[in-house]
Structure formats: C-alpha cells, structure tokens
Design a protein around this ligand. Structure first.
Ligand code: ADP
Ligand code: MG
Length: 282
C-alpha cells in the first residue's frame, strides 16, 4: 500500500515507514527497563526505538509479558527508563523532576487502563473532574468541562452515577472522558477492551477511532490482533523489543462493526421470535 492511499489529510505520517515525516509527538530511543525484584533482574525492555507520529493511531501488540505496559508507562511518563531517552514534542524529558513530568503528563497525555481505574465511591462527574483539580481550575469550570467530556462519550445522562451503577463499557467511557477532559494531544490506552464484552469493546474502539479522526494521537496497547487492526500501524513487541512495524492493510472500522453486530443481534432476535411462534402453534 502506498502512502498516498492510506494517508489521511494533514497527518504527517507515512504508513509504509516507522519514521514520522514531521516531528514525532512521542519518541523512545534505545529504551531499556530492568526491574529488580528479590535480587532477580527482569529485562522488561531491551532497547526499544519507537516513534509515535502526530495524528496517527498506533497499536503496540505483543503477548502477555512482552513489555507493552512497561513501554506505555515509560512513554507516558509514569515510569523512568533504566537507560535511553524519551522525548515529547521534541523535548527530552530525561532530566525533568517529578513536578515537571507531572505537568507535561497532565497537559499532553490522557490514559485509559484495562481496569478503568475509577474511584469507587465517586460519581462519574467527580471522577472526570479529578485531573482538573491538579490543573488548578475553578470548581465551576471543572464541572462544566467534566460534563462536556461525559457528553462527548455519550454519558451526559449518567453524571451522578457511581461506577458500580454503570456497565463495564460505560465505566470505560467515563475513563475515556477523564482522559479527554484535560484536552490532551495523546491518548494512551492499555488493553482498553480487555475487561469488556465484545459489543462494549467495539464501542470503545469506535470512540478511540473517533478521537483519532478529530486529531488526537492514539496509542492502543493490546495482545489481540483484531483490536490492533483498528489502528493504522502496528508495532509488534516480543521479549522487550519492537520486532516489526506493520502498516495495517485492511483497517477495521469499529462503526461498521457496530452495524454488523446490530444486524446479527436483529437476526438472532427474529429467529427466536419465529421459534416462539412455532411453539405457540404446536
Ligand atoms: P505486558 O504488558 O506486555 O504483559 P509488562 O510490561 O507488564 O508486559 O511486563 C514485562 C515483564 O516485566 C514481565 O516479565 C513482568 O513480569 C515484568 N514486570 C512488569 N512490571 C514489573 C515490576 N513492577 N516489577 C518486576 N517485574 C515487573
Ligand atoms: Mg500489560
């Protein structure tokens, strides 16, 4: 596939190449991470080079234990590499202190996790307001922005619900609203569909694709090849290394999947109505 056929307008990204045409929004250079636990060393990352291009949707795919979450935490500035550098918008963050890192993270990066990570005894709206407290906004402004973010993910009618009063898919949408409320340029999602039924998973992928279409750079970490094919590019991770960058040939669009799933559900419903009618006739 050539870059002309797959390159959306305005995206500085050549899908046939792992290198960005413009500045990378996010870059890891020769990153290693060694965990030491009970004097045993685990080399979770063994020299990763990764560029995430402005406006792209990238999947980082690999089996369990291959280092995906470690890589996401490092490029998301939640953890430090053992060696190597991370740059965000061209700025090397290696020498930043905790406060500076938190400021960059809060301003530029939104996180979505497999287990949603919502505060349990806190309403959807308050969960979404949380990152804005650190951003130092007034109560009224926090409330306004949180409501707008929840409306954006289709939960404008669930502002006062607690997480346990919401389905898994809805909880993940609250988490996406929380990631969006600071207006980040990058969303990092670690196995965002891992705890969801397939229908809810498709809805979450539709939302991530929609955000990407609106210009947000999206990185999805997954062990699932089908989820990865919702992205434009897949970086394959094995044993702490990126072993292949692949341009997705036939990208799965989650909106189309939703239509197919709805049609299948209608067919099942129709079939069960027929069998019920038959039973009544007998
Ligand atoms: P993945 O997300 O691909 O499943 P991880 O990045 O979570 O992989 O883990 C990569 C490797 O690092 C695994 O062997 C894991 O056991 C190890 N690991 C991850 N986090 C820690 C930690 N905090 N302390 C020690 N070892 C860890
Ligand atoms: Mg993981």
């Amino acid at each position: 596939m050539t870059s002309e056929t797959n390159q959306p307008d305005g995206i500085a990204y050549d899908p046939t190449s792992p290198a960005c045409l413009d500045d990378a929004v996010l870059e890891a250079r020769n990153v290693t991470k060694t965990y030491v636990l009970d004097e045993i060393e685990v080399n979770a990352l063994r020299g990763v080079d990764l560029q995430v291009c402005r406006g792209e949707m990238l999947a980082i795919m690999g089996p369990s234990g291959s280092g995906k979450s470690t890589l996401m935490h490092i490029v998301g500035l939640l953890d430090h590499p053992t060696t190597g550098t991370v740059t965000i918008d061209g700025v090397d963050v290696s020498n930043m202190d905790q406060n500076q890192l938190a400021a960059v993270r809060n301003k530029r990066i939104g996180f979505v996790f497999q287990s949603f990570n919502l505060l349990a005894r806190t309403t959807a709206q308050s969960n979404v307001e949380l990152p804005l407290i650190y951003a130092g906004l007034s109560g009224a402004e926090r409330s306004r922005r949180a409501r707008a973010a929840l409306e954006r993910v289709g939960l404008g009618n669930r502002l006062g619900h607690m997480p346990n009063q919401l389905s898994g898919g809805q909880q993940q949408r609250v988490a996406i609203a929380r990631a969006l409320v600071t207006e980040p340029s990058i969303v990092l999602a670690d196995e965002p569909t891992g705890n969801l039924d397939s229908r809810s998973g498709v809805e979450v992928m539709a939302m991530l694709q929609e955000l990407n279409a609106q210009g947000i750079t999206v990185v999805v970490v997954t062990h699932d090849a089908r989820i990865a094919r919702h992205a434009q590019r897949v970086a394959h991770v094995r044993d702490g290394r990126i072993v292949l960058n692949e341009c997705v040939e036939e990208r799965i669009m989650a909106d189309a999947e939703k239509i197919t799933l709805d049609a299948e559900a209608d067919e099942v419903a129709a079939a069960s109505t027929v069998s019920v009618n038959r039973r009544v006739e007998l």
